[in-house]
Structure formats: structure tokens, C-alpha cells
Design a protein around this ligand. Structure first.
Ligand SMILES: Nc1nc2c(c(=O)[nH]1)N[C@H]1C(S)=C(S)[C@@H](COP(=O)(O)OP(=O)(O)OC[C@H]3O[C@@H](n4cnc5c(=O)[nH]c(N)nc54)[C@H](O)[C@@H]3O)O[C@H]1N2
Ligand SMILES: Nc1nc2c(c(=O)[nH]1)N[C@H]1C(S)=C(S)[C@@H](COP(=O)(O)OP(=O)(O)OC[C@H]3O[C@@H](n4cnc5c(=O)[nH]c(N)nc54)[C@H](O)[C@@H]3O)O[C@H]1N2
Ligand code: SF4
Ligand SMILES: [Mo]
Length: 672
């Protein structure tokens, strides 16, 4: 038995250090590394079962060629040489006929290793093909909103929570998506620190909170402005901090806050006035209040305005200036690595880009030139992208040459002409930097690739070489590329010798300094000229969702979509145990809404709107407020009675960052 120290590559803010026990080439156990301060000796319930992922009987073992209609999943095994020859012959033909823009390279975040993730982009960049504007299905709205307020720099260090005097969990379901922060929060609560949860879903954290605010979807900006109103009214504003570190608060105070009285905010958010007052009082009395902001509040038309307004709140009390205080959305922007070495080795500076969530539109409508070849890796857009029906219609095009690289025959892979078997991260080595903490770490390979699976890294290098690309990055080893990543690194990274990293374990670049601001003014921007130039409101404000008036009928319910506890999107659907733990795909209604429709717990129901219908099992619980239907996770069709939740969501974009608006969706629920 051997124990190998590696890093969890799943798309998750925690980026755990893991100890993997390997016996005769098989993963037998995966555990959290006790020597990592944040991982703190435990892995989550999904990754504890990673032996089942690596050795799942559903793993792809060879490359495949399509033998039946697209979408039906009929394939025959072929060799790697045949597969690569077919791919490069098609790509060369398309490039000769219409230029590289006829090919769309589509890869995102299922492997968080900087090389296994980034080198796909390097390949696409060097070939000059049409590229994905990645992340719009995920965090681009949250990121743009944070950048408008704070700038492209990480937020509060989650390790600092040990010194916080109040924790606010605002639109993040920590038991699902950030369990190690939850563990830290539990510790500080033992010394009396209070927890406030603001979430339309009564999450597990909400059930234990000192104050739970079951806010209406999409009304967070109003709540944050209401709190600012009360802080100003009660003289709890840190004027010295505001003068030194922020821009435009006096305009917010004069032009916006007078409207956001507790009564007005209560009417918008659905929260009792007394609870809004209590929240503001607790927040105003906590100089080191830590707010964990999740992406939940960003998933609707005005999601950017919501998240940006919440991100401004710690400026009002000066919490941003104190260790333990402030706000955290993500940390990734603080790692000044030389990513371009991997992502942009050569190729034209700018090419056509396709918004991640507009894949359907691109496949069906793009012209000059149309998309004739599609390469997808580490993504399952036929389930996880909104407007799924249109995506599938695009993928079904007979004249589209599609390649999918994945460890499993995903729903998307079933539409491919060529399917390539991918390794899981435990079959690769890579370098990682977290997006939810300030740690970075080398991850060792635990086992050999299973079957004939190739890592993302190996595949990209092979394709690049066959396409005649000579950039050194397509010929270097992972350890050599690590040196390139640190070339010209600044700040805390400048003192690191990359050659020492593979044996170094986790390294934090967190500091005890107050929040720095990287906006154009160098301050926290209550007033944003950047937003104004984009035609957006330069001051924080709240407006109703315009989609509600367009879509909502008299019996409509608004969709609430959240992460699955034991399923992360579809990445664990090849693990039977975790599918069972998650349970059958379901919809959750408040008892009053169920009763009004004559529906009972456990019944099969149909969720329907103009875009489609989905069949799920109903759960009737006070986990949500009236007017909302919660559908946890995004599950493949075969797990459900029929369809998948994203068939009901449109491809509309958010006010900032062109992100997905899953929750600007209204629908009806009726018996199956
Ligand atoms: N187990 C598990 N872990 C995961 C994932 C997963 O699918 N499953 N996904 C991974 C990925 S790719 C990502 S990007 C992250 C996402 O991680 P988070 O940012 O934590 O998760 P969100 O999807 O944003 O959902 C968080 C919460 O927001 C709430 N919410 C929804 N709308 C609103 C609103 O209008 N206001 C407020 N205040 N709250 C709202 C939801 O009810 C939910 O509880 O998690 C990662 N980790
Ligand atoms: N309704 C709704 N939809 C959502 C969300 C939501 O909150 N609500 N959240 C959105 C968010 S935040 C995100 S990030 C997206 C995620 O959407 P996707 O990126 O499509 O996520 P997964 O379903 O996890 O698909 C990842 C695929 O990569 C494969 N894979 C895993 N490891 C590797 C590897 O090392 N190499 C290769 N080549 N493949 C690998 C997995 O088997 C899986 O098929 O979903 C979005 N969709
Ligand atoms: S908590 Fe996140 S980083 Fe840690 S093991 Fe689970 S998925 Fe991986
Ligand atoms: Mo995501």
C-alpha cells in the first residue's frame, strides 16, 4: 500500500489536499490531508468515494466512432491513431476551406489543474479557432460584479474567519459547495460568534443559524441597501474608512438610501421588518463581520447589481480594513501567475468568441463562417447549459463534426462523432491554485490511466503536434511548464522557486492586510464610472426582474436552482452510490403551493413553461417560501422521469458579465 499526496481537481472552491491510498494500481481510499490547514483532515462526501469514480464500470476505455444517429449513443471502438487521424483530417479540411474559425474549441472547469485545464485553451489559441467565452454559465456575472466594486483581486481570506466576530453566509450553500469553510464557521461559533444565513432555501446552515433570512430570489440588492440605510440612520457608518478607501458613498446616501426604508425593503424581500433591523444591528456592531458571498444571488437578470451591492456593504462599516472582516466571493484573481504561457502560447490576439451559454445559438445560427467542427472537453452542456433543447438541436446537426473528451459517455458525448476516453484527475499530475482559498499546491499522480484513457494534457499535446504547432509548451513536461507559470511572477509568488513545489505541499499566499482595491480609482467604488460607460446604473440600486412581467402567468412559480449535495453538476453521475445518496431528481414546493395545486409529497409532477416540460418527483417542504419551486442540481435525463431542469431555462444574460439567468425562469407545476 502506498499513500500519495495530491490535490482535488473537482470544480470546488476548497481545493483540498488529499491523501490517496493505492494498492496494486488501484485507488482504495481517498482522505483529506491533516497537514493542510483548510482541508483539516477530511474530504467531502463526494470525494471520499473517488475510488468509485476512478474505477467506475461506466468509465470509457477506448476511443469510439459513432455508428448510429446522433444522441443515441451507438458507437464502435477504434484506436487512438484512427481517432486522432480522423480529427486532424477533418480540422485540416475545415481550416483549408473556411479558415480556423469554423472550429469551436469548448473546454471548461471539470479539471482544475492549471495545465490539464489551461492547455486546451492554449491549443485553441494557437490554432486560431473560435473560442469559448468560458464561465458565463458559472461565475462571469459574479466576477464582473465584484470587479466593478472591488476590482480584479481576491476577497477576504477564509482562514481569517477564526478572527471574525460575525459570519454572514449570503447566497452560498456551504454544506454543498464549501464544506471546509463551514467547519471553520462551526469552530468560531463555539466561542459565541453568530451566524446569519440569507438564502431563499432553508439550507442546512440556515436551519442552525442565529438569524435566517429567507429572502425572495433576486432581492439581495434591496436588502443590502436597507442595511446601509439603517447603519446610516443609526450612526454606525465608519466615516473615516469611507473617506480614505471608498468612492461615491455620499451620492448613495443622498440619492439611493432614503428610498430603502425598512418597510420598503420588507415589501421587496418578503422579510419581516424586525429581522431586517436585527440583521443591520448585528452587522453594525461587528467590526470584523465576514460575508461569504455565493454565486446564488447572481443567477438572474440583475444578478450583477445584486452581488455588487452586497460586496459594497463591508465598506460602510470599514470591515474591509480588518483581518477577519470583509467579503469573499473568490480568491483566484490574486494569484499573479503567468497563465498566458499555457493559455496563449501563440496565435491571433483576438478571434471570434462564443458565450458559453449561447452554444445552441452558435451551432444553429453562427455564420461567416458557420461552426462546422466542435471540440468539447470537461463539459456536459447538453445537461448543464440553459436552453438545453436548443443545444441538443445544434449538437444533432449531421454536418457538424463533434469530438468529446470525457471519462464517461456523458449526454453530450452521445452526440459526438468521435468520443475520446479521458483520465480522471487521480491519473494525472498538475499544479493547482484554489479559487476559494489562498493555497496552491502540486498534485501528484496517484494511479496509471485506466484503460486507454488519456489526460487532457496528453491529448492537447498530441493534437497540437499533429496539427504542426511548434510552441514549446506543447512539447514540455508538466514540471517544465511549472517553471513557465512562475516566470515574471510578482508579489508573494516572486520568492518561490517552482522546482521546490512538487515536494512542498500546500503554500498560502494569504496576508493579514486589509482588502486592497483594484478598481480604476484604487478605491471601493460605490460609484462606478466603468458601469456607467457600459450603460448600467453607476450607483447600487434595486429594480424588479423584467423577465417576470414577460414570463410569469397567474399560477407561475419562480425557479430556484442550487447545487446538488452529492452530485456536482453531472461530474459524479458515474458513481452509483452518490446518485443514490442524492436521491431521485426532485422539485420542492412549499405546502401552501402544493395544496393550492392539489399536489402531495412523493407524487410525480410535470414542470412546464414555454420552453419545455420536465418530469420530477415532488417533495413538499417548508424548505422554500411560497411562490418558488426548488430544483436541486442538474441531473441527466435518465435519472429523472423526463428531461432535465435546464430545458426550462432560457439563454438570457445578466446585467454584468453576460452570465446565465437560470433563476429568471417562471413555470407551472402540475400532476405528471
Ligand atoms: N456539492 C456540490 N459542490 C459544488 C458544486 C455542485 O454542483 N455541487 N458546484 C461547484 C461549482 S461549479 C460552483 S460554481 C460552486 C457554486 O457555489 P455557490 O456559489 O456556493 O453555490 P450557488 O450555486 O451559488 O448556490 C448557493 C446558494 O444560493 C442560494 N440562492 C439562489 N438564489 C439566491 C438569491 O437570489 N439570493 C440569495 N441570497 N441566495 C440565493 C441558493 O438557494 C443556494 O443555497 O460550487 C462548486 N461546488
Ligand atoms: N440549472 C443550473 N444549471 C447550471 C448551474 C446551476 O446552478 N443551475 N451551475 C452552472 C455552473 S456553476 C457550472 S460550472 C456548470 C458546470 O457544467 P459542466 O462543466 O458541464 O459540468 P459537469 O456536469 O460537471 O461536466 C463536466 C464533464 O467533464 C467530465 N470530466 C471530469 N473530469 C474530467 C477531466 O479531467 N477531463 C475531461 N476531459 N473531462 C472530465 C465529467 O465526466 C463531465 O462529463 O453548470 C452550470 N449549470
Ligand atoms: S470539498 Fe471540494 S475540494 Fe474538497 S474534496 Fe470535496 S470537491 Fe474536492
Ligand atoms: Mo461553476
Amino acid at each position: 500500500m502506498q499513500t500519495i499526496r495530491t490535490v482535488c481537481a473537482h470544480d470546488c472552491p476548497d481545493m483540498c489536499s488529499l491523501l490517496v491510498q493505492v494498492d496494486q494500481g488501484r485507488v482504495v481510499r481517498v482522505e483529506g490531508d491533516p497537514d493542510h490547514p483548510f482541508t483539516a483532515g477530511f474530504a467531502c462526501g463526494k470525494v471520499n468515494r473517488n475510488a468509485d469514480l476512478v474505477h467506475s464500470p461506466q468509465r470509457l476505455t477506448t476511443p469510439l466512432r459513432r455508428t448510429g444517429p446522433k444522441g443515441t449513443g451507438q458507437f464502435a471502438p477504434i484506436t487512438w491513431d484512427e481517432a486522432l487521424d480522423t480529427i486532424t483530417a477533418n480540422w485540416r479540411r475545415i481550416i483549408a476551406e473556411t479558415g480556423p474559425l469554423g472550429i469551436l474549441g469548448y473546454a471548461y472547469s471539470a479539471h482544475q489543474g492549471l495545465m490539464n485545464r489551461g492547455l486546451f485553451n492554449g491549443l485553441f489559441h494557437a490554432l486560431g479557432v473560435t473560442r469559448l467565452w468560458g464561465g458565463t454559465v458559472c461565475d462571469s456575472c459574479a466576477e464582473a460584479a465584484w470587479d466593478a466594486a472591488v476590482g480584479p483581486i481576491g476577497g477576504a481570506d477564509p482562514d481569517s474567519v477564526t478572527e471574525s466576530d460575525l459570519v454572514v453566509c449570503w447566497g452560498a450553500d456551504l454544506h454543498a459547495t464549501n464544506v471546509h469553510l463551514w467547519a471553520k464557521i462551526e469552530q468560531v461559533r463555539k466561542r459565541g460568534v453568530k451566524l446569519i444565513v440569507i438564502d431563499p432555501r432553508r439550507t442546512r446552515a440556515a436551519a442552525t443559524a442565529d438569524l435566517y433570512l429567507p429572502i425572495r430570489i433576486g432581492t439581495d440588492a434591496a436588502l443590502a441597501l436597507g442595511v446601509m440605510h439603517i447603519l446610516a440612520r443609526d450612526g454606525k457608518v465608519d466615516r473615516a474608512y469611507l473617506a480614505a478607501h471608498t468612492l461615491g458613498f455620499e451620492r448613495v446616501e443622498a440619492e439611493i438610501l432614503p428610498r430603502f426604508t425598512p418597510a420598503y425593503v420588507a415589501a421587496i424581500t418578503g422579510l419581516p421588518i424586525a429581522d431586517i433591523e436585527r440583521f443591520a444591528a448585528l452587522y453594525g456592531d461587528a467590526p470584523r463581520a465576514f460575508i461569504r458571498i455565493g454565486f446564488g444571488m447572481s443567477r438572474f437578470t440583475h444578478g450583477g447589481q445584486a452581488l455588487r451591492t452586497v460586496a459594497l456593504l463591508p465598506g460602510v462599516t470599514g470591515a474591509y480594513g480588518r483581518y477577519g472582516g470583509g467579503a469573499l466571493v473568490a480568491t483566484a484573481a490574486s494569484f499573479g501567475l503567468n497563465y498566458n504561457a499555457i493559455r496563449k502560447p501563440s496565435g491571433p490576439a483576438s478571434v471570434r468568441t462564443i458565450n458559453h451559454l449561447k452554444l445552441g445559438e452558435a451551432l444553429l445560427e453562427a455564420s461567416a463562417p458557420p461552426i462546422r467542427a466542435l471540440f468539447i472537453a470537461a463539459n456536459n452542456p447538453a445537461v448543464t447549459n440553459p436552453d438545453t433543447a436548443r443545444i441538443r438541436a445544434g449538437l444533432a446537426r449531421e454536418d457538424l463534426f463533434t469530438v468529446v473528451h470525457d471519462p464517461f459517455l456523458s449526454t453530450t458525448a452521445r452526440y459526438a462523432d468521435i468520443v475520446l476516453p479521458a483520465t480522471t484527475y487521480l491519473e494525472t499530475e498538475d499544479f493547482y491554485r484554489a479559487y476559494g482559498t489562498y493555497y496552491m499546491q502540486w498534485g501528484h499522480q496517484a494511479v496509471e490511466p485506466q484503460g486507454e484513457a488519456w489526460s487532457n494534457f496528453r491529448l492537447t499535446q498530441a493534437l497540437a503536434q499533429r496539427m504542426g504547432l511548434n510552441d514549446p509548451v506543447f512539447h514540455m513536461t508538466q514540471r517544465e511548464i511549472l517553471g513557465e507559470l512562475f516566470r515574471g511572477a510578482t508579489g508573494p509568488l516572486a520568492n518561490i522557486d517552482p522546482a521546490t513545489l512538487p515536494d512542498a505541499g500546500p503554500i498560502s499566499i494569504g496576508t493579514r492586510d486589509g482588502q486592497a482595491f483594484r478598481t480604476p480609482s484604487g478605491k471601493l467604488e460605490f460609484y462606478s464610472a466603468t458601469l456607467e460607460a457600459q450603460g448600467l446604473p453607476p450607483l447600487p440600486d434595486w429594480q424588479p426582474d423584467p423577465e417576470q412581467a414577460k414570463q410569469a402567468g397567474p399560477h407561475s412559480l419562480q425557479l430556484l436552482t442550487t447545487p446538488g449535495y452529492f452530485q456536482s453538476h453531472t461530474a459524479f453521475s458515474g458513481v452509483a452510490f452518490l446518485r443514490q445518496r442524492e436521491g431521485a431528481p426532485c422539485a420542492v414546493l412549499h405546502p401552501s403551493d402544493a395544496q393550492a395545486r392539489g399536489l402531495v409529497d412523493g407524487q410525480k409532477v410535470r414542470l412546464a413553461n414555454d420552453r419545455g416540460t420536465v418530469g420530477l418527483v415532488l417533495r413538499v417542504q417548508e424548505e422554500v417560501q411560497p411562490g418558488v419551486v426548488l430544483v436541486p442540481g442538474q441531473r441527466p435525463d435518465e435519472d429523472a422521469l423526463e428531461g432535465t431542469v435546464n430545458m426550462l431555462c432560457g439563454d438570457g444574460i445578466t446585467d454584468m458579465g453576460e452570465g446565465a439567468t437560470y433563476q429568471s425562469t417562471w413555470l407551472e407545476v402540475r400532476p405528471w
